[in-house]
Design a protein around this ligand. Structure first.
Ligand code: GLU
Length: 547
C-alpha cells in the first residue's frame, strides 16, 4: 500500500510543516543539569480540586527546588466539558495558595516559547505527527461504528477477555487498500488508531519516581490517537505535548498508571525520548469504618473553592499538603518553626506510594496555629481578602476602617500581645466575632439573669458614672460602686465567702453591662470594648438594653 498517499488522503492538510521542523521550533531547554520541567495539565472544567493543588505543589516544588520550569497547559480537547473562565480560575486559585507558574496559558511571561499552551490550538502539530505515523505504517484509519465497538466489547465481556481494540478484534487494522478508499469515498467517518507492536506477554521493570520499580506489561491496544473530528485523545496529546514542551518529569494521578504502557509505546513510535513519570497516590479520607477516595459528590472539602470561601488560612492548606506530600516535612517544620515553607527540601521520591490520608481536622489545627501567630497587619490582610471576596456588604464597609479593625483585632485575637486566641481557623469566624463592634451587625438578644428593676438600675447608674477615658481600674471601681448601690457584693472575695448573704456580686453587675454592650455574657475585656466603641455608642447601648 502506498502509505504516503494514504496519509494524504486521511489528513489532506497541505499547510503542515515537516515533523523535523518542530524539533527546531521547540528545542531542548537550556537549563542546568538536574533542572526539572514540570507541568500542571488540567481540563478547563471549572472544578479545581485538592488533587490539583496536591499535584501542583509537587510540580512547583520539584521545578523550583531544581532550578527548573513549572508551566500550565490546558487540556481542552473535550469541548463539552469546557467552562468559561476556568483557566483564570485555576491560575487564581493556585495563586491564592502561593503557587505560581513560570510559563503557560494566560501566564504573563517572557518564557512562553513552547506554546500554544491550549491543546485545541495545537491541532496542526497533532495532525503532522498522526500523518507521519500513518506514512510509517504505525497508524491506520478505523471505520468501526459505536455499535460495532459495543458489540465487540460485549463479546469480550462474555468471554471474560480484556476489552478493547487489539489482536483479532482490531478489525480495521487489516483493511485492504480498496476497502479503505471505498470507505473514504462513501464518506464514512473514521478515527486514526495506533498500530501497536506490543505483546502483553512481555513485561519489564519501569522506574516511577514515586512508586519505585514497577512491572509494566507491554501495550497491545490499537488506541485511538485522533478522533473523527481530528481532535487528539489524551494519550496522543500527552506524548506530543510533553515531548515538545520538553517536560522532564510528568507528575500525575495514579489513575493514569494503567495507561502507562500505551504512553511508553507512543513515545517509542514517535521516536521521542519519554519523560520520567511520578504517579501520585489518591487522596483518601476516613468515612466511618472505611477509607475511601475523596469524592466530588460527597466531599465539599475536595473543591479548592471550599477553602477560599470558608476562609482557611491559605498557607495552612499548603503546609498541611506538604506534611502529606513528604512525611519529613513536619519534623523539618518543628526544627524551623519560623522558616518559609519554600525552604523545605521537597523530594518527589519521598512521596507516599499508596493512598494518602487527608484529614481536615489536622488542616484546621494548622490553620488555627498559623492564624494565632499573625501580626495585627497580617491578620487584617487575611480577613480583608476574605471579606473582599465573600463578605457581606456591611463586612466590606467595616473593613474600610483599618485602624478601627486593628484595634478590635488587638483585643479579640490578642494580636500583638502574649495571650492569643487559638480557636480561629477560618476568616469567617474571625469576621463574625467582630459583629458587635458595628451598629448594623449588632443583633443582641438580651437575656439577663436578674429582674428588670435590677438590670435597669445597673445600666442607668453605670451610664451616669461612665467616662470613656477611664482606665481599667477606674472603670472597675465604678462597676463596684454600681454593684454596691443595687445591693450586690462589691468585692468578689467577700462574696465567695458567703454567697447566700448577697443578691449578686460585682461580676453579676459586670455581666449585665456586658450583655448590654456586646449582646452576650461572654466577651473579651469589657472596658476595652467600650473604649473601642467610644462614649456615644457605649452609652446608647446601655440605654437601649434596658428592659
Ligand atoms: N488532563 C489530565 C487530567 O486532568 C492531565 C493528566 C496529566 O497530568 O497528564 O487528569
Amino acid at each position: 500500500m502506498d502509505l504516503k498517499k494514504l496519509a494524504s488522503a486521511l489528513i489532506p492538510d497541505d499547510d503542515l510543516i515537516s515533523a523535523d521542523k518542530y524539533e527546531e521550533i521547540y528545542p531542548r531547554r537550556s537549563l542546568a543539569k538536574g533542572a526539572e520541567v514540570t507541568r500542571l495539565a488540567p481540563s478547563p472544567t471549572g472544578f479545581i480540586h485538592l488533587g490539583n493543588l496536591f499535584s501542583a505543589l509537587a510540580d512547583e516544588r520539584t521545578a523550583h527546588t531544581t532550578g527548573g520550569i513549572f508551566y500550565l497547559r490546558i487540556e481542552d480537547t473535550d469541548e463539552k466539558r469546557k467552562v468559561d473562565g476556568a483557566v483564570e480560575s485555576v491560575i487564581r486559585s493556585l495563586k491564592y495558595f502561593g503557587i505560581k507558574f513560570d510559563e503557560g496559558a494566560e501566564i504573563q511571561s517572557d518564557l512562553n516559547f513552547y506554546g500554544p499552551y491550549y491543546q485545541r490550538r495545537r491541532a496542526k502539530i497533532y495532525r503532522t505527527f498522526a500523518k507521519k505515523l500513518i506514512e510509517e505504517g504505525r497508524a491506520y484509519p478505523c471505520f468501526c461504528t459505536e455499535e460495532e465497538l459495543d458489540a465487540v466489547r460485549a463479546e469480550q465481556n462474555s468471554l471474560k477477555l480484556v476489552t478493547g481494540y487489539y489482536g483479532k478484534y482490531a478489525k480495521c487494522r487489516n483493511l485492504s487498500e480498496e476497502q479503505i478508499y471505498s470507505n473514504l469515498r462513501q464518506g464514512k467517518p473514521f478515527v486514526i488508531r495506533l498500530k501497536s507492536m506490543g505483546d502483553v506477554n512481555n513485561k519489564s521493570v519501569f522506574h516511577d519516581a514515586i512508586k519505585g520499580d514497577i512491572t509494566v506489561t507491554e501495550n497491545d491496544q490499537d488506541v485511538v490517537i485522533l478522533k473523527s473530528d481530528g481532535i487528539p485523545t489524551y494519550h496522543f496529546a500527552h506524548a506530543i505535548d510533553d515531548h515538545f514542551m520538553r517536560t522532564t518529569l510528568v507528575i500525575r494521578g495514579e489513575e493514569w498508571l494503567s495507561s502507562l504502557p500505551i504512553h511508553i509505546e507512543l513515545f517509542k513510535a514517535l521516536g521521542f525520548e519519554a519523560p520520567r513519570y511520578a504517579h501520585t497516590s489518591s487522596l483518601m479520607k476516613i468515612d466511618g469504618e472505611t477509607k475511601r477516595k475523596l469524592s466530588k459528590r460527597k466531599d465539599p472539602e475536595l473543591s479548592l473553592d471550599y477553602y477560599r470561601s470558608a476562609g482557611y488560612y491559605p498557607e495552612a492548606v499548603v503546609r498541611y499538603l506538604l506534611t502529606i506530600l513528604n512525611s519529613n516535612f513536619e519534623e523539618w517544620e518543628m526544627k524551623n518553626p519560623s522558616a518559609d515553607w519554600r525552604d523545605f527540601k521537597f523530594r518527589i521520591d519521598k512521596m507516599s506510594r499508596s493512598g494518602t490520608l487527608f484529614d481536615l481536622d489536622k488542616l484546621s489545627d494548622i490553620s488555627r496555629t498559623l492564624v494565632s501567630q499573625l501580626s495585627a497587619e497580617e491578620c487584617f490582610a487575611f480577613l480583608k481578602s476574605w471579606v473582599d471576596e465573600f463578605g457581606t456588604p456591611s463586612d466590606k464597609l467595616h473593613f474600610k476602617d483599618e485602624a478601627y479593625i486593628i484595634r478590635i483585632l488587638n483585643l479579640i485575637m490578642g494580636v500583638g500581645g502574649k495571650k492569643r486566641r487559638k480557636d480561629i481557623e477560618r476568616a469567617e469566624q474571625g469576621v463574625r466575632l467582630m459583629d458587635y463592634f458595628f451598629d448594623d451587625t449588632f443583633k443582641p438578644q438580651y437575656s439577663y439573669r436578674f429582674d428588670a428593676e435590677t438590670v435597669n438600675a445597673v445600666l442607668e447608674k453605670f451610664a451616669k458614672l461612665y467616662d470613656c477615658s477611664d482606665d481599667n481600674s477606674v472603670w472597675f471601681s465604678k462597676v463596684k460602686t454600681v454593684a454596691a448601690e443595687v445591693g450586690f457584693c462589691p468585692e468578689t472575695s467577700e462574696y465567695k465567702k458567703n454567697p447566700e448573704a448577697w443578691r449578686g456580686s460585682v461580676s453579676d453587675a459586670a455581666e449585665i453591662l456586658r450583655i448590654a454592650v456586646t449582646g452576650s455574657p461572654n466577651s473579651p475585656d469589657l472596658c476595652t470594648i467600650m473604649n473601642i466603641l467610644g462614649k456615644e455608642r457605649s452609652l446608647s447601648r446601655l440605654a437601649s438594653a434596658r428592659v
